[in-house]
Ligand binder design. Structure first.
Ligand code: KG4
Ligand code: ZN
Length: 391
């Protein structure tokens, strides 16, 4: 079975094609492409939803064409023009995309695509909608069903992809090699959640942030330190030059609460006051910026570590998954590695290129869900859900 996966929940447009076979609980990656919009959004200091939507609409068709080429699938299928009307209906708000898509479909033979997987939430609603509507249009064109996928399940499943997935017959680590339950710590620009993973495709949120996400706090503190968007990697880089400084102290919000809630809004505000204070005293030079970055990373690391290990102990977890954009943070990842070794907990981190948003993680999550009996949804019933919860 050939499956096309689409991701447009935030500021990455991504499409991949995977191939499954009946007898295997694994798949081969035929093509995998991502276009990042980071540069487009950088001048606004954050992701601008209407702009993200416009960029997705612009990028989806070129990505699809390239993915079909890269996949080297035989072009055996002819598009049926009776579908023009449905395609225009599903892409009602993207008439330009509808025009270009139907022109492309008519211009050449198509590969056999047997299913489409698409992120339907959580994320920025306008961005999600473009992907969902594009998927609906393609499901009409390819005459195949759609499986909607939760973006956070995608991040969890990102750890399944082997380093050399593009060249492997079996791109995923063996699903049966994992011991459950596991705890998953999801840390991204939009989420900070601790999830109990009872099995593949069986998830329960046991705690999350009550305000900002940790990645969002990284981005905002970076902005206060006059570092460009996205600030996470910039803070991380600066923090390496940082040294302990008694004038630079930040709180560890909810560190001792007996639950798995996080709060990063207070930490961000404390950072704002601290930075303003240092500026006023003319102390905010490069070294001091690095010291603030370091203390901020330590504060985030301390609460993430304590809560996660609390959950591991309470639920008797055998393994820990850390995923989402912030899992690319070397200091945080190293801190977890050390503690996991100390407590003999197996740690699963995504490959660096799987940390950010991509469509292979969506294909992996959809595939895992399918193996566990999830059924496809009729195109007309699929909607984008900005605040979709994992379950
Ligand atoms: O998962 P992701 O790509 O998109 C969302 O679904 O949100 O995560 C993006 C977030 C951004 O806030 C970015 O600043 C953060 O991940 N990030 C990092 C690092 N690399 C990316 N945060 C800290 N350290 C990093 N090295
Ligand atoms: Zn994400």
């Amino acid at each position: 079975m050939n499956i096309l996966a689409i991701e447009t929940s935030c500021d990455e447009t991504a499409i991949s094609v995977i191939q499954t076979s009946e007898e295997k609980d694994n798949f081969k990656v035929l093509s995998d492409l991502v276009i990042s919009q980071i540069e487009t959004h950088a001048e606004y200091g954050g992701v601008f939803p209407a702009l993200a939507k416009r960029e997705h609409a612009k990028n989806l068709l070129p990505l699809l064409k390239q993915c079909i080429l890269d996949s080297k699938l035989e072009l055996t299928k002819k598009y049926n023009e009776v579908h023009d009307e449905d395609i225009h209906t599903f892409l009602e708000r993207e008439q330009n995309l509808a025009e270009k898509l139907t022109a492309f479909l008519k211009s050449k033979q198509l590969p056999q695509i047997d299913m489409i997987m698409v992120t339907h939430g959580p994320g920025l609603a306008p961005a999600l909608w473009v992907g969902v509507n594009f998927a609906r249009a393609l499901s009409v064109a390819f005459e195949c069903p759609i499986l909607p996928v939760n973006h956070m399940e995608g991040h969890i499943s990102s750890i399944l992809l082997k380093e050399n997935y593009l060249h492997e017959q079996e791109a995923l680590l063996p699903l049966k090699s994992f011991d459950f339950p596991m705890i998953a710590l999801l840390i991204s620009g939009g989420h900070t959640q601790i999830i109990l993973v009872k099995n593949w495709a069986e998830y329960e949120i046991i705690g999350e942030t009550i305000d900002d996400a940790v990645g969002e706090a990284f981005d905002k503190v970076a902005r206060m330190l006059e570092m460009p968007y996205p600030g996470g990697p910039k803070i991380s880089l600066a923090a390496r030059q940082g040294i302990p400084d008694e004038r630079v102290v930040l709180p560890r919000p909810l560190l001792n609460s007996k639950d798995y809630r996080f709060s990063f809004s207070g930490l961000k505000t404390a950072a704002r006051y601290l930075i303003a204070d240092l500026k006023e005293q003319n102390l905010l030079d490069e070294q001091m910026r690095a010291n603030v970055a370091r203390e901020f990373e330590y504060a985030c690391r301390d609460v993430l570590l304590k809560k996660t290990f609390g959950a591991i102990a309470e639920y008797g977890a055998k393994g820990l998954i850390i995923a989402g954009g912030v899992s690319a943070n070397t200091f945080i990842a190293e801190s977890f590695k050390e503690k996991c070794e100390e407590y003999d907990i197996e740690l699963f981190l995504p490959e660096k290129k799987m940390c950010g948003d991509n469509s292979l993680m969506i294909a992996s999550a959809g595939f895992v869900n399918m193996l566990h009996g999830e059924k496809t949804t009729p195109q007309e019933n699929i909607t984008a859900i900005g605040n979709l919860k994992i379950s």
